[in-house]
Design a protein around this ligand. Structure first.
Ligand SMILES: Cc1cc2nc3c(=O)[nH]c(=O)nc-3n(C[C@H](O)[C@H](O)[C@H](O)COP(=O)(O)O)c2cc1C
Length: 256
């Protein structure tokens, strides 16, 4: 049972237990996910908070095998995208806002980063809520940021109009294999009280490097002793998805 520093049991709940136990799952049983399950999950997720009630999201439910195969290629040949029974595309969607504005003689042209951020945050909150709702009924999965490798190709496959882009996707299914939980950074490392405290990050990160390396080694996965810091440097140097701004602009997200 999780404890605080004094050894006292921390409060718990079904939601807390679901969150504490979750891991990304990439292998699915050959069993369909019913339309009812997807609707129950999404209807619950649409109750997520939304910035100023803008509800600037849309979700595309993809079951078609050929479409999933095409999405797997577009997301960097991710096998689980082709093999998942259902793929949910969580999109930032500004079309309804622009409609409201056009009725009043305005448009989103020349707008700023805020609309890009709030719609992406809205879509992300719905996505996380859906993920949690799915887990609570036994459906597992993994989020797919690989949709931003080729946002134009993903938009074509999903038939997205201008002012809509896929922020991330999600594979969902009945789990065939649930991997061991990946260790997270220590609670104290990412939690601050009253004011941000930067001291000590170096030593803490080194400990996390070792913890993660041990986890990967136990799972038979190649890694280095400086596992996390090595991976982060490799991921962001050179810059990841350097053409994303241009590609999002082409999709109608041309906000400075
Ligand atoms: C926004 C987002 C995008 C992600 N994109 C991918 C992806 O494209 N492919 C993949 O296999 N996992 C993806 N993941 C899963 C992460 O790799 C995973 O959550 C992380 O390594 C921690 O592992 P855990 O979820 O099992 O705790 C993504 C997760 C998030 C939140």
């Amino acid at each position: 049972m999780p404890e605080d520093r004094s050894g006292a049991a921390l409060p718990s709940s079904e939601t807390i237990r679901v969150l504490r136990a979750r891991v990304s799952v990439r292998k699915f049983a050959d069993m369909p996910v019913s339309a009812g399950h997807v609707q129950a999950i999404l209807e619950a997720a649409y109750r997520a908070p939304t910035s100023s009630n803008i509800q600037a999201y849309s979700v595309v439910i993809v079951r078609d095998k050929a479409a999933r195969a095409a999405l797997a290629v577009a997301t960097g040949n991710q096998r689980h995208v082709a093999e998942t029974p259902v793929f949910l595309a969580f999109c930032a969607d500004l079309t309804r806002i622009e409609y409201a504005m056009e009725q009043r003689g305005h448009s989103l042209d020349g707008n700023n980063l805020e609309v890009c951020l709030v719609s992406s945050i809205d879509a992300s909150l719905v996505g996380m809520a859906a993920y949690l709702a799915a887990d609570s009924v036994g459906l597992k999965g993994v989020m797919i940021g690989g949709v931003r490798d080729k946002p134009d190709e993903v938009a074509r496959i999903l038939g997205l109009p201008a002012r809509v882009y896929c922020v991330f996707g999600m594979c969902l299914g009945w789990p065939a294999d649930v991997p061991k939980q990946k260790p997270r950074m220590d609670y104290d490392m990412v939690t601050h009280h009253e004011r941000y405290e930067a001291a000590g990050a170096g030593a803490q990160l080194q400990r996390y490097d070792w913890t993660l390396a041990a986890h990967y080694q136990a799972a038979g996965r190649a890694t280095t002793a400086d596992s996390w810091t090595h991976d982060m440097d490799k991921k962001f140097h050179p810059p990841l998805r350097a053409d994303l701004r241009r590609k999002l602009a082409d999709l109608g997200f041309d906000f400075g």
